[in-house]
Write a protein that binds this ligand. Sequence first.
Ligand code: PEP
Ligand code: MN
Length: 353
Amino acid sequence: MLVVMKAHASQEQVRAVCERIESLGYRAHPIPGAQRTAIGVTGNKGAMEPGALDEMSGVQEVIQVSKPYKLVSRDAKEEDTVIRFAGSDGSFGDRDLGVVAGPCSIESREQAFAIAERVAKGGARFFRGGAYKPRTSPYAFQGLGEEGLKIMAEIRDRFGLKIITEALDDESLVLVADYADVIQIGARNMQNFSLLKKAGRLRKPIMLKRGMSATLEEFLMAAEYILSEGNYEVILCERGVRTFADHTRNTLDLSIVPAVQRLSHLPIIVDPSHGTGKRNKVLPLSRAAVAVGADGLMVEVHNDPDHALSDGMQSIFPDQFDELMEEIRQIAAVLHRNVQRPQTQPAVARAGR
Ligand code: PEP
Ligand code: MN
């Protein structure tokens, strides 16, 4: 076990923690570092109950040294990871929130362009849209495939939005990596370890969605697979988990945001669309997600949700997206964060992917 002290913990606080460790019958090994002191705990009585030290003043975190994830952890990197993009002021993990909006699926060029225009006007910097869809029924719309990717590439050029889309398997991963700015790995694939390793060998940001029954540790370990292959740009996304509750499609677990931020330097955003499955819950839970400290949002927006080929029930209208942006802008300000305004520069002139 390792007790990591806060950067500015006093000598007295360090000493008090050491004394507590010794009084519990263990040995304390204070290890001063450049930024902070860590205190190793040894003893032959087996694992110590971390609760005894967790709440002491000056303690940042109590961790088991045998922790299976390392690179995603704040032990490895204390400061927040910020993911930026060439040719855009959009980012994740920065003071500006990363807002991702768009339809569940790309259905046609007209549909995608109509929605992209509206979300760009609302201030989003990232456009989402599925080209490869993980559908529960094999008979449900499976996505347009590469044609959908081409439409999104046109959207990037036309509106200056960065593109986020899901890769389902090895084959789509190669294509998605070619067209997208961020590769999404969906909830159903969160523990597809071979796909995670392949994504880790790419040099493109990965948005990793939480599996529908994944614990915090399983979520972080999935991200660790990607980092362990050398790709350090991972954005985590909470999208709700399965519970007994049946008034929503999933139960959005907002408490995972501060829990992740305590343990990991990676940015974490929230998807209230899949997290609730209900259009009327998207706005309130977007507000809550920003209030809880999320680094951004992923929201499904559709211009004609009643006829959407997937997830119409949870897709908000473009006008509702505008309202959402206005409201979260005010909430973000309380937390000294910012929700961007629409870009002013003509999109066509903007450089690069
Ligand atoms: C999606 O973003 O459209 C999606 C399928 O999400 P999830 O993997 O969270 O279900
Ligand atoms: Mn969807």
